[in-house]
Ligand binder design. Structure first.
Ligand SMILES: Nc1ncnc2c1ncn2[C@@H]1O[C@H](COP(=O)(O)OP(=O)(O)O)[C@@H](O)[C@H]1O
Ligand SMILES: N[C@@H](CC(=O)OP(=O)(O)O)C(=O)O
Length: 450
């Protein structure tokens, strides 16, 4: 039995949904279908999730929500009309969205979660109705009924293993299950959504709980490529990679698959296949525990992501000051700022963070507290940094790889701000200025793949 997840681009329009149905019906093993909210139909389109966020913000600010609400419903209406589904489904969707808009806003985060989840929830209902209209035995199953349990606030949203027993029963159901991605319910029945792109996580959780033979993740590209195809021209397709490699690459910028979606499949050794809804015949990329035959390339992929900052702290004899690193990280912890890397020298330490955690207020507090509590010779925060990450299981056995990478970066005219060899030895990270990101990525790609 296979679990297949269809991403936003795969369910963005009636034409796309027809392809989804063809794909599902072409293989009897495809039994559990996880769907995202309708995504972009073209590069300048807006995802339904983003329309819902706009609607939720308007409601939170007590602004008029009529037009924002109509924009969301119009997306479903267009799809339902083209698919010739009973118009009652649109009434159901309208009522659902209006009810959510009217619901309690006491906890703004939970209100936003409920609004965001409307995208996948209503799309799953609509797609199940389409299957039924074709005479196919199929039904919508909500994460509450299915048993997708998540933890309580304020902890970061994560699935709870207690839900697995209930989820496992889905495999014994007759017919096709259409399950909305992106959200689950706490034991108290509160809806919480995963991070953006989190429908991939739902698919992986269901594949693991049902002991699926394969988790197919359908998107709009033929495979995972060795570098972002929006930056590098015709990058090499990756035929096979390990869970570890994909997790590192996903975390470092390969937006094609959510980094938190690897673990559930990995724990149960369910292989993952990334495939293209627009070209389902293409073999796609297989993600497995171990390669059948070793790769002849030390580097499997190169990812890049912007939005990083470095907190530099200099203090003579820092290395002899017991607890210096702990105190520095504690200041960040108190501000709710998590860190990515901490390269250090004898008299200095840098902490690499994501700028999304920074606000003018907490930045100021961090600098002031470091000055007061750690008495450094110098402290400053530098923004506009990008991290470029080389990933490959074969890297640990390859000599001279860092020097080849550094040479390629220098040939691109960029300077290296930071180097960090991941402790896993599966990744090598270079900090560079964001302005240099594209040429660095191209130069590294040429060095390792051409
Ligand atoms: N290395 C990569 N390989 C393949 N696609 C990538 C890579 N890096 C970024 N992407 C982008 O990921 C996109 C697919 O992910 P996403 O937009 O989340 O799809 P979906 O709507 O199916 O969830 C591709 O269209 C591609 O532009
Ligand atoms: N719709 C949600 C969740 C998701 O996974 O979407 P997609 O499959 O389009 O990446 C989002 O936009 O974040």
């Amino acid at each position: 039995m296979k679990v297949c997840k269809f991403g936003g681009t795969s369910v963005a329009s009636a034409t796309q949904i027809k392809k989804v149905v063809d794909i599902v019906l072409s293989d009897k093993e495809r039994k559990i279908v996880v769907v995202s909210a309708p995504g972009k139909r073209s590069s300048d389109d807006t995802k339904v999730t983003d329309l819902l966020i706009e609607l939720a913000n308007r409601a939170l600010n007590n602004e008029d929500t009529t037009e924002a609400c109509a924009n969301v419903i119009a997306r479903y209406e267009e799809i339902a009309q083209e698919l010739n589904i009973d118009p009652k489904i649109i009434e159901t969707i309208r009522q659902d969205i209006e009810q959510r808009v009217q619901s309690s806003k006491e906890d703004e985060v939970l209100f936003m979660d409920s609004m965001k989840a409307a995208g996948e929830d209503n799309n799953a209902k609509l797609i199940a109705a389409y299957f039924q209209s074709l005479g196919v035995e199929a039904r919508y199953v909500s994460p509450k009924e299915g048993g997708l349990l998540v933890n309580e606030r304020p902890a970061r949203v994560q699935a709870l293993p207690e839900g697995d027993e209930q989820l496992a029963k889905l495999k014994d159901e007759k017919g096709i299950i259409v399950f909305p991605g992106f959200f689950g319910f706490t034991k108290n029945g509160t809806l919480r959504t995963f991070n953006r792109g989190g429908s991939d996580i739902t698919g992986s959780l269901l594949a693991a709980a049902t002991d699926a033979t394969l988790y197919e993740n359908f998107t709009d590209v033929d495979s995972v490529f060795a570098a972002n195809p929006m930056v590098v021209d015709e990058p090499e397709a990756i035929k096979e990679m390990t869970y570890r490699e994909m997790r590192e690459l996903a975390y470092a910028g390969f937006s094609v698959f959510h980094d938190e979606a690897l673990m559930p499949a990995f724990r149960k050794s369910v292989p993952v296949c990334i495939k293209n809804t627009n070209n389902p015949e293409a073999p796609g990329t297989m993600i497995v525990s171990e390669r059948k035959k070793p790769s002849n390339r030390p580097v499997v992929g190169i990812a890049a992501d912007d939005g990083f900052a470095t907190l530099y702290v200099d203090k003579y004899l820092m290395n002899q000051e017991l607890g210096f690193g702990r105190k520095l990280l504690e200041i960040l912890e108190d501000e709710g700022i998590s860190f990515e890397h901490t390269p250090s020298g004898i008299d200095n330490m840098s902490v690499i963070l994501r700028t999304e955690y920074l606000t003018p207020e907490n930045e100021k507090r961090v600098i002031e507290r470091v000055q007061e509590e750690l008495q450094p010779d110098h402290v400053h925060l530098e923004k506009d940094l990008s991290m470029v990450v080389l990933v490959g299981e074969g890297m640990r056995h390859t000599l001279g790889l860092a020097s080849r990478a550094a040479g390629a970066i220098s040939r691109s005219g960029a300077s290296i701000q930071m180097i960090n060899q991941g402790s896993s030895e599966v990744s090598l990270v270079f900090g560079i200025l964001t302005a240099d990101e594209t040429r660095v990525l191209k130069s590294l790609y040429d060095e390792f793949f051409k």
